[in-house]
Design a binder for this molecule. Structure first.
Ligand code: ATP
Length: 589
C-alpha cells in the first residue's frame, strides 16, 4: 500500500474533502471568506459522531459530569473577569509595502543583509518623503533587488522618479521584522484582541458592546452555582459543554486547523483544594507512576486529577481511531504557563504540516471562580459539611499548617488580581477561616478540545491510497478513508446486486430500512458493484452489504443471507440478515 508523501497529503485531503462533501469553503460562490469553513453531508455526519462520542463518554457514561448548553453572547463582564478583554491578544505586524498581516510571533526567522533607507526624493519635483524604510535580502542577492522594493514603497507614498536616500546595510540574524515573501519591513508588532465584537440592541455604541465567545469554558464558570444547586452534584464533579467559539485569528491557516469560527468540547472538572483533601482524608495522594491512575479516589490532589484527565483524554482518542502513538504529550514549561495555571499538558497530533495542539489539559487552580466571585460580587464558594466536621477533629498543628497554606495561596491570587496588599491579607484571612468552617472555592482541571482540529486529525490519519493492477496491466490508485467505525459518517452501504431486478431492489430496500433506524446507512444501486464499493471506501464506510440471488433463495441454504464486505481488507463473508444489525451495532458504538 502506497502512503502519500507528507507534503502532498494535505493537498490530497483538502481536495478529497471538497470532492466528497466533507468540507467546503464558506461562502464559496462569493469567493470564500478567510478562516470560515462549512461541513458538507459527509463532514456533518462525521462531526456529529465525534461530538456525540465525546458527549457520551464525558457525561452519559459518568456519574460525576453533567452537561450545559449556554449562549454564545454573554454579559461582557464575563470577558473582563476572565481576562479576555485585557489580554486575549496576539501580536500582529503588517507588511509596509503590501499591507499583508502576519502573526508577529509566527513569522519564520530570517537572516541576511538589511538595506536601510532614511527616505527618498522625487528627482522631478524635488518632493521629499522622510520616512525610514528597510528591506531584507537573503545572502547572495544583489542590492538592486532591495532598491527595487524600496522604490515601490516610496512610489506608494506619492513619488514618481524615486531617488533613495541614506542607504546603509546591516547584517541581520533570525529576525521576525521582515515580510518573508518580499523582504519588506513590517510594522512594529502590536497586540490585536482576538474577540469578535458586536452590539446588543438597536444602538451601536460602547455601552452595548458584546463579544462572541472565544471559548465555551467561561459559561460553565458563570453557571457553576446554578448547576451545583440543581444537579445534586457535589465537588469533585464536572460540567461539560460543546459549542461554537469565535476568534478573529490574525492569520487563519492550515485548512480548518486555525479557523475564525470553530467548535470546542470543554470540560471543567471541579475539585477541592489540596488543603481540604488533606483535612478530609488525612493525606494528599500524588502521582506515583506514569499512566492512568485508575478510578478516582477521595484523597487525590490536583496533580493526580490532572494526570487522570490527561490519560482519560488519550484513551478517548485511542478509542476513536487516533492511536496513542499518533499523539504526543507536551508539558508546558513554567515560563509558558498562564500565570494562574499550575500545569498544562498539550496533546499534540502529527498533522501533515507539523506536530500541533489538538487539545490542552490545564490545571487552572481556583482562578476562574475566584475572578467571577470578585467581579460579580456573588459567592462562588461551596460548603462541605464533612470538611467542617473533619476540620474539627484535626490536631492544632495540622490545622495551622493547612490554614497557613490556604492563606498563602489565596493571598497570592488576590495580590496578582490587583487587590491592595492590606485588603488582600484581610480577605485571604477570611478565606482561611472559611476553610475551617467547610467553605472553599473549587479548583478546576480543564480538558479543552477542538472539534475541527480533531476532524482534520481523523481525516489525515484515515487517508490512505491503494494501487492495484488488473490483468491487462492497467494500474489504478484508489483512496480509502480508514475511519474507526465509531466515527465513520456512513456506517454501512446497502446494495442490490442488480438494479433492474425488482426482487433484489425490494429486498435491499428492506435491509436498508432495517438498518437506517439505528445508524447512517446508504442505499446505492448505481453502477457496477466494484465501483459502489470504491465510492464507499472513499467515504470511509467500514461495511457494505450486497443482496444477491442467494439472498432470495436461489441456493436454498443461503436464503436471507447477504454478503458483508469489510472496507479495510476487502474481505467478504456471508451473514444472515437477522444477525446483521447486532453485528454492526457492536462495532459502531
Ligand atoms: P493555539 O495555541 O493553537 O492557538 P490555544 O492554546 O489558544 O491554541 P485553547 O485556547 O487552549 O487553544 O483552545 C482549546 C482548543 O480549541 C485547542 O486545543 C484547539 O483544539 C481548539 N482551537 C483553539 N483555537 C482554534 C482555532 N482558531 N481554530 C480551530 N480550533 C481551535
Amino acid at each position: 500500500m502506497a502512503e502519500p508523501k507528507v507534503n502532498e497529503l494535505m493537498e490530497k485531503v483538502v481536495s478529497l474533502c471538497k470532492r466528497r462533501g466533507f468540507v467546503y469553503q464558506s461562502s464559496e460562490i462569493y469567493g470564500g471568506i478567510n478562516g470560515f469553513w462549512d461541513y458538507g453531508p459527509l463532514g456533518a455526519e462525521l462531526k456529529r459522531n465525534v461530538k456525540d462520542l465525546w458527549w457520551t463518554s464525558m457525561t452519559r457514561r459518568r456519574d460525576d459530569v453533567v452537561g450545559l448548553e449556554a449562549t454564545i453572547i454573554m454579559h461582557p463582564q464575563i470577558w473582563r473577569a476572565s481576562g479576555h478583554v485585557d489580554t486575549f491578544s496576539d501580536p500582529m505586524a503588517d507588511c509596509l509595502l503590501t499591507r499583508k498581516r502576519f502573526r508577529a510571533d509566527q513569522i519564520d526567522p530570517q537572516s541576511g543583509t538589511a538595506y536601510h533607507y532614511s527616505g527618498a526624493r522625487d528627482a522631478e519635483t524635488g518632493k521629499m518623503v522622510a520616512e525610514a524604510y528597510a528591506v531584507l535580502l537573503p545572502a547572495g542577492k544583489p542590492p538592486e533587488s532591495a532598491r527595487k522594493v524600496a522604490t515601490q514603497y516610496y512610489q506608494a507614498r506619492g513619488l514618481k522618479q524615486v531617488e533613495l536616500e541614506g542607504e546603509r546595510t546591516e547584517k541581520v540574524e533570525n529576525s521576525q521584522r521582515f515580510n518573508p515573501e518580499n523582504g519588506s519591513l513590517l510594522t512594529e508588532p502590536r497586540p490585536f484582541n482576538l474577540m469578535f465584537k458586536t452590539y446588543v440592541g438597536p444602538v451601536a455604541d460602547e455601552d452595548n458592546v458584546a463579544y462572541l465567545r472565544p471559548e465555551t469554558a467561561q459559561a460553565i464558570f458563570a453557571q457553576f452555582k446554578n448547576v451545583l444547586e440543581t444537579s445534586r452534584q457535589k465537588v469533585p464533579f464536572g460540567i461539560a459543554q460543546v459549542g461554537k467559539a469565535f476568534r478573529n485569528e490574525v492569520t487563519p491557516r492550515n485548512f480548518t486547523f486555525r479557523s475564525r469560527e470553530f467548535e470546542q468540547m470543554e470540560l471543567e472538572f471541579f475539585i477541592p483544594p489540596d488543603e481540604a483533601v488533606e483535612a478530609l482524608t488525612g493525606s494528599v495522594a500524588k502521582p506515583a507512576a506514569p499512566g492512568h491512575p485508575g478510578a478516582p479516589q477521595r484523597n487525590w490532589g490536583w496533580q493526580l486529577w490532572h494526570q487522570y484527565w490527561v490519560e482519560e483524554r488519550i484513551r478517548f482518542y485511542d478509542s476513536i481511531g487516533l492511536p496513542r502513538t499518533s499523539l504526543e504529550e507536551y508539558w508546558q514549561k513554567p515560563d509558558e504557563l498562564a500565570h494562574y495555571a499550575r500545569a498544562t499538558v498539550d496533546l499534540l497530533f502529527k498533522f501533515p504540516f507539523g506536530t500541533q495542539e489538538l487539545e490542552g489539559i490545564a490545571a487552572r487552580s481556583d482562578f476562574d471562580l475566584s475572578q467571577h466571585e470578585r467581579c460579580s460580587g456573588k459567592s462562588q464558594g461551596v460548603f462541605d459539611e464533612e470538611l467542617r466536621t473533619a476540620w474539627g477533629k484535626l490536631d492544632e498543628a495540622t490545622r495551622q499548617r493547612l490554614s497557613d497554606s490556604y492563606f498563602q495561596h489565596r493571598q497570592k491570587y488576590l495580590l496578582k488580581a490587583g487587590v491592595p496588599a492590606e485588603q488582600a491579607a484581610r480577605d485571604a484571612k477570611e478565606d482561611a477561616e472559611g476553610l475551617a468552617k467547610g467553605q472553599y472555592i473549587p479548583h478546576v482541571i480543564e480538558p479543552s478540545a477542538g472539534v475541527d482540529r480533531l476532524i482534520l486529525g481523523l481525516l489525515t490519519n484515515a487517508y490512505s491510497e491503494v494501487t492495484t493492477t488488473d490483468d491487462k496491466g492497467k494500474t489504478e490508485t484508489r483512496v480509502i478513508l480508514r475511519f474507526h467505525p465509531k466515527v465513520a459518517p456512513i456506517k454501512v452501504g446497502v446494495f442490490p446486486l442488480l438494479k433492474n431486478k425488482p426482487e433484489l431492489v425490494a429486498k435491499a430496500r428492506e435491509v436498508n430500512e432495517l438498518l437506517r433506524a439505528h445508524m447512517m446507512s446508504f442505499y446505492d444501486d448505481a453502477g457496477a458493484i466494484g465501483r459502489r464499493y470504491a465510492r464507499q471506501d472513499e467515504a470511509g464506510t467500514p461495511f457494505c452489504v450486497t443482496i444477491d440471488f442467494d439472498t432470495l433463495g436461489e441456493t436454498p441454504e443461503l436464503k436471507d443471507t447477504v454478503t458483508l464486505r469489510y472496507r479495510d481488507d476487502g474481505r467478504q463473508e456471508r451473514m444472515p440478515i437477522s444477525a446483521l444489525l447486532g453485528f454492526l451495532l457492536e462495532r459502531i458504538r
